[in-house]
Design a binder for this molecule. Structure first.
Ligand code: G2I
Length: 446
């Protein structure tokens, strides 16, 4: 096994070589092998990640806008130009021109492109809403096939399905859900894989950044897809934050539990309302979160300048209305240039561990059995965090220590079961009163 520092050194050498070969701006060689990157894209590349932004085609002709885009970012997402209403305003008649301008601008400068988005309830042209199941299925099939074929081989990741869940974890009642039923997401992913075998296929949503009913529902879907071989490669966490919806304290744990399912995670639409130091600190913490999750492969901010943000009053971006670098910009750049982080090139199943629970529930009581499984590398100590429903109280547990009897509980390994060989499992259990179902355990290896 190559040591982390050796891997980091090797990567830095590769990045410098790649930067030289691609003519990437922003890498300054200081002396010997030491380097400090001076742009978001170059600094993220040193950590094996991309740093992207949403882009609007109608601003590309503005020189300040294009200069900042070209200098700072290594990935773009068309903000509206790849949505269904923009691409297929009339059934079977496609208009790719605006999105093509973004794709060629980006690819001509070595940036990768995120495709956003194939199946979404919003920004649908009127004709879609009037279709019966048979016609909607064939329209969805044709839309995915035509759009993905147009840019086949040119899109790094596609948001195949966007925002299909409600806050309580139920399915959103979109035309797709109503006409095609629960299977529409799986259908869309299978169609997408067939249409462009090399694009990474993502599910993308908002308010799924921390652990809650909505992210639990997405987690269960991804787990199910992985267990049945439904093609899915990545999960996008939009990460639109403000005072009502702050950066969650379990952001990293939540991204890590998805990564442990064997998918990449991406921060896809980051913006954080606020200003000054408070905003900068939030941006720093989000950046560090991605750097600390080995399969978090990149960050996209939802726009370049506050001037063109979808919520301009919140001044949620890294550049002000005059394209001045904000404190938030410096915080992100410094975080990207910071210390050791988990590289995104771990073995497919990731290091660390995963946990699943099976609960035997009866009137007034329950027994939970938690299975802890090591990833591709051996585990030498683990902890499982879970939150019991209110009213549930644990009266006994075995093969693990526990930090509390109710609410948020952390179980630690016992002396005899901390070491787990790669891919192997151990179990612990608990007994309680009340209702113990609906629990999502999150495993962390120490
Ligand atoms: O709402 C924020 C984002 C949430 N996640 C999915 C993203 O696709 C979504 O992006 C926003 C765009 O940033 C807005 O620019 O999606 C909005 C629509 O749902 C976009 O707004 C629309 C306006 O509603 C239209 O009136 C306008 O014609 O932008 C259009 C193009 O400027």
């Amino acid at each position: 096994m190559i040591s982390r520092s050796l891997r980091a050194t090797t990567r830095k050498a590769l990045v410098l070589a790649a930067a030289g070969a691609m003519g990437l701006a922003g890498v300054v060689v200081l002396s010997g092998t030491a380097s400090a990157a001076t742009t978001l894209g170059a600094s993220a590349a040193e950590k094996g990640r991309y740093f992207g932004t949403a882009v609007a085609a109608n601003h590309l002709g503005e020189s300040d806008y294009a200069n900042v885009l070209n200098t700072e970012f290594s990935s773009v997402t068309p903000e509206n130009e790849m949505k269904w209403d923009a691409l297929e305003p009339n059934r079977g008649s496609f208009n790719f021109a605006n999105a093509d301008r973004i794709v060629s601008h980006a690819r001509g400068r070595g940036m990768s492109v995120r495709g956003h988005t194939l199946v979404w309830h919003s920004q649908l042209p009127g004709w879609v809403g009037g279709l019966d199941a048979t016609n909607l299925r064939s329209a969805m099939t044709n839309h995915i096939n035509q759009v993905m074929a147009h840019w086949r081989g040119q899109i790094h990741s596609w948001d195949v399905v966007n925002e299909a869940f409600e806050e309580n974890g139920s399915r959103r009642q979109s035309p797709f859900q109503q006409r095609l039923g629960n299977g529409f997401i799986e259908e869309a992913f299978r169609l997408a894989r067939a249409a462009d075998a090399n694009a990474k296929l993502c599910y993308n949503d908002y308010n799924t950044d921390g652990q809650n009913a909505k992210s639990n529902a997405v987690y269960a879907m991804v787990q199910d897809f992985k267990s049945r071989g439904v093609p899915i490669d990545c999960v996008g966490f939009q990460s639109h934050f403000n005072a009502q919806s702050p950066v969650p304290s379990d952001y990293r744990a939540n991204l890590a539990r998805f990564a442990n399912l064997g998918v990449d995670v991406q921060i896809t639409e980051l913006d954080i309302e606020g200003s000054g130091t408070a905003q900068a600190n939030n941006f720093r913490s989000v950046t560090e979160t991605c750097l600390n999750v080995s399969r978090c492969t990149g960050i996209t901010v939802w726009g370049i300048t506050d001037k063109y943000s979808w919520r301009p009053n919140g001044t949620p971006l890294l550049f002000d209305s005059n394209y001045g670098k904000k404190a938030a910009y410096t915080a992100v750049l410094n975080a990207l240039n910071g210390g050791e982080t988990d590289p995104p090139d771990e073995p497919p199943t990731g290091s660390g561990c995963t946990a699943t629970v099976s609960t035997n529930q009866w009137q007034g009581g329950f027994v939970g059995t938690v299975k802890v499984t090591a990833g591709a590398t051996a585990v030498n100590g683990w902890a499982v965090a879970l939150t019991l429903p209110s009213g549930a109280v644990i009266v006994n547990s075995w093969n693990a220590s526990r930090s509390a009897n109710s609410g948020a509980i952390r179980f630690g390994n016992a002396a005899h079961n901390g070491a787990i060989a790669p891919g192997q499992s151990t179990e612990f259990g608990y007994q309680g009163t009340g209702t113990g179902t609906g629990v999502t355990p999150v495993c962390t290896a120490s």
